[in-house]
Write a new protein. Sequence first.
Length: 169
Amino acid sequence: MVTPNAILGPQYYKIGDWVTFAWNYTSLSITPSHVDIMASCSVNQQTYTIAVNHSVKATDTILWDTGAYQSKHPNGPNFVSETYTLLIYDSESSVSAIAKPGYLSPFNQFHFGMYTPQPYVDWSEFECANCLKNNAFSIFASGTTKVLFVTFGTTIASFLYFAVAFGII
């Protein structure tokens, strides 16, 4: 993969935006004339067609309009906010074909996320799901704070008990 750079970590795309994928072909003795490009989601077990019979170039690029996908494929599956796998394989082969030396093996090593954006909420109307109303911080609000106080109390009590037992205090 050339774009996005796979080593930069996970890539996330907003459903409805354009997505650009670029890659190059290396170590091929027999270059295919066309490839099929798909995106697969294991959660809803659906495959989304990005391009079929795409002509092969040394460095290839595909632009995917996820916003227009639904209108172009009215009977196709809807996008879900989940992780997807990019599939690139020889059009004369299949996505599950076994790799042969010198030929293009099916590529399924690039994973990316897609998400549905949330609607804009004005700051004055925003409500924090994990915050207490009219209280920025309450000492006993979180479970972590309670555990810290119990641990601190147990440590002090143990120290005092042993200090008294050994006559230090």
